[in-house]
Write a protein that binds this ligand. Structure first.
Ligand code: 4NP
Length: 160
């Protein structure tokens, strides 16, 4: 069955659109059937493409972010998606609050970097503030591979 994956950050112009594009490519290469999207807890950048230096850093590794447009997380996302992966603890608090206000149904948001346990972070640093766009790509690639392995193992588990 196709797994529906949503990545969430604050602005939806740096970390989560990168996760969307990278995970789409790597899951495709792994033969994993997924649909992928991303959203921001904040609404400041709705309708905008990803941040230009993030687009450029991703392009140097072969990922195309140019077609993506920012949107804001909505309560219906928790039932539209099977997995909601957030980038940091602040996103987790905001996503949980939105879900609680809407009655608490659906996928429980989780930290994306928990799929990269050796990477040294649980919160993905925000390159909007740090300027380190390559570190974002390193962390997104590592956690994407971890998430792919985890989803593939779930598919093979008896009764899955
Ligand atoms: P992101 O980074 O959450 O990784 O997309 C940010 C982008 C914009 C802002 C904050 C974080 N902002 O405050 O506009």
């Amino acid at each position: 069955m196709t797994q529906r994956i949503l990545f969430v950050c604050l602005g939806n112009i740096c970390r989560s659109p990168t996760a969307e594009a990278v995970f789409r490519v790597l899951a495709g290469a792994a033969g994993l059937p997924v649909t992928v999207d991303s959203a921001g807890t904040g609404g400041w950048h709705v309708g905008e493409p990803p941040h230009p230096p993030m687009v450029a850093a991703a392009a140097r590794r072969g990922y195309d972010l140019r077609v993506l447009r920012a949107r804001q997380l909505v309560a219906a996302d928790f039932t539209r998606f099977d997995h909601v992966l957030v980038m940091d603890g602040s996103n987790l608090r905001d996503a949980r609050a939105l879900q609680a206000r809407a009655g608490g149904q659906g996928a429980r948001p989780r930290l994306f970097l928990d799929h990269a346990p050796g990477c040294g972070f649980r919160d993905m640093p925000d390159p909007w503030y740090s300027g380190d766009f390559d570190r974002t790509l390193d962390l997104v690639e590592a956690a994407s591979q971890g998430l792919i392995a985890w989803l593939a193992a779930q598919r093979q588990a008896p009764g899955a």
